[in-house]
Design a protein around this ligand. Sequence first.
Ligand SMILES: [Zn+2]
Length: 208
Amino acid sequence: MNHAKRLLLANRAWSQEVSARDPGFFERLACGQQPRILWIGCSDSRVPAERITNAQPGELFVHRNIANLYTSDDGNTSSVIEYALHALHVEHIVICGHHHCGGVRAALTAPSDSLPAVNRRIAGLRELAERHRDALNAIDDIEARVDRLVELNVIEQVRLLRESPIVRSAPHRPALHGWVFGLRQGLLTSLTDAGEAPQPVKLLRDAA
Ligand SMILES: [Zn+2]
C-alpha cells in the first residue's frame, strides 16, 4: 500500500474511533474554533505540535515552517499571526524549535545551489549565527553547535515577535513562550520565563 493511501485509511479508523468514544465530537468541531494558543513550530516531521502536546483538534492554531522563523516581511507567517491575534484572540504564542533541526544546521553550512528558496528563508538565521560566531565556534561537536543555535534562534524569534507591530497592536497582548523539543527524550523545555521576558540564554546543554 502506498503511503498516501495508508493515511486515508488511518483517517477513517481515527474518525470511527473518535465517534465511538464521543458521538458529538465532530458536530461540536464543525461549530467553530476557539483555540487559546498559536503554535509556531518547525515543519520537521518529527515535531507534530498536537501529537507531542496531546492536544485535541480545536486546541492549537498552528503554523509551521522551516526552522520556526518569523520575519515581518513574510506574508504567510504574518497572516497566521494576524488572524490568531485579531480574529481568534489567542492568549499565548508558542515558538517551538527542536534539537537536530535541519534548517538550523543548514545555516551553519555553505548555501546549497539546489535550495534557493530555503537559502532565502534562512538568511536571518545565518545572520544570527554570525552574531554568535565565537560562542558557536567554541563548541567542537557539530550537533551540539546546531542545538545551541536552535536555542538561540527560539530566543531570537520570541524577541522579534515581541517587538513586532503585529503583536504590539493586538487587542490583547499575548504571552510569548520560547520552547525547545528534545528529540531524544521527547520533552519540551521552556527557554523563557513563564512566557514573559526571555531570560539570558541559559543553554540546555550547559545545564545537563
Ligand atoms: Zn527543524
